[in-house]
Design a protein around this ligand. Structure first.
Ligand SMILES: NC(=O)c1ccc[n+]([C@@H]2O[C@H](COP(=O)([O-])OP(=O)(O)OC[C@H]3O[C@@H](n4cnc5c(N)ncnc54)[C@H](O)[C@@H]3O)[C@@H](O)[C@H]2O)c1
Length: 261
């Protein structure tokens, strides 16, 4: 497929599991991808592999977002796609009423404010030309209470709400700047490896046993692949989704419709 031939995309969290799979998918369909992340080492390798460019970006920095916008516009003249995939799970030993405000702020700064800053920096250039696609990575946990990951759940629910407002802003004055959110379930990345490992340590069981517990809550019985999420992101970023905006899409192997989920 060449859905992104001649298009320019910015992907944050591009050194990570879902972000790198997304960068690869968009590039494989013809996009020039700016891979953005705080992790330069992995990001530079991925950008080189897909024939794109790495830009070091801390998504919490307004100034760095402006630099990314300037570089992308200078290179390509316009930005067609923004994927906000940078995120952290936060300190797992905290949670519930033990959550510190400092920890809460850290998670909110990256997951929610980082996504907001991305929209504020890039969307005006899309609005100017009347088209573009933004895909924000939320989580399946945005639909439920998350007492053991208080800040994470709040940040991801915020991303979904932010997405709805951005969708309406993008549709003002006849614009077709679309904005949607993707809600992964349990996907095989560093993030869920860490969550499973931490849970296993706390419960005094092996990582394999902890993973089996996680898998048993998923209708398909296993964690998803980053490519499963990248496929949904690519659809939403493409013209095929031209009439889709302000919507939330689950990629969770049926986890959220099981009684465990
Ligand atoms: N893996 C899952 O099961 C799952 C489920 C639901 C939602 N998500 C969301 O998907 C997104 C990607 O997560 P992942 O599983 O690929 O994790 P990951 O840890 O593999 O990737 C996250 C990336 O974000 C980067 N990052 C962290 N802080 C940053 C900052 N301040 N500025 C720029 N980059 C920063 C990291 O360096 C890393 O490369 C996250 O938003 C995560 O919350 C993941």
């Amino acid at each position: 497929m060449t859905r992104f031939a001649g298009k320019t995309a910015i992907v944050t969290g591009a050194s990570g599991g879902i972000g790198s799979a997304t960068a690869r998918r968009l590039a494989s369909e013809g996009a020039w991808v700016f891979c953005c992340d705080v992790n330069s080492q992995a990001g530079e390798v991925i950008a080189a592999e897909i024939g794109g460019a790495f830009l070091r970006l801390d998504v919490t920095s307004e100034a760095q977002w402006q630099d990314v916008a300037k570089t992308a516009l200078a290179h390509s003249g316009q930005i067609d796609v923004l994927v906000n995939a940078a995120g952290i799970e936060g300190e797992l030993s905290q949670g519930g009423l033990a959550t510190t405000y400092a920890e809460y702020r850290k998670v909110m700064d990256i997951n929610l404010d980082g996504t907001l800053l991305g929209c504020l920096a890039i969307m005006p250039h899309m609005v100017e030309i009347g088209r573009g696609a933004v895909v924000n990575i939320s989580s399946i946990v945005s639909f439920m209470g998350t007492p053991s990951a208080l800040a994470y759940g709040i940040s991801k629910a915020g991303v979904e709400q932010l997405t709805r407002s951005m969708a309406l802003i993008g549709a003002e004055n006849g614009g077709r700047v679309r904005c949607n959110s993707v809600h992964p379930g349990v996907i095989k990345t560093r993030m869920t490896d860490n969550i499973i490992h931490t849970f296993a340590q706390g419960a005094g069981i092996s990582d394999e046993e902890a993973e089996a517990g996680v898998n048993s809550a998923v209708a398909f019985g296993e964690r998803g692949e980053p490519e499963d999420v990248a496929a949904m992101i690519a659809y939403l970023a493409s013209e095929e989704a031209g009439y889709v905006t302000g919507a939330s899409f689950r990629v969770d192997g049926g986890w959220s419709v099981t009684s465990a989920g």
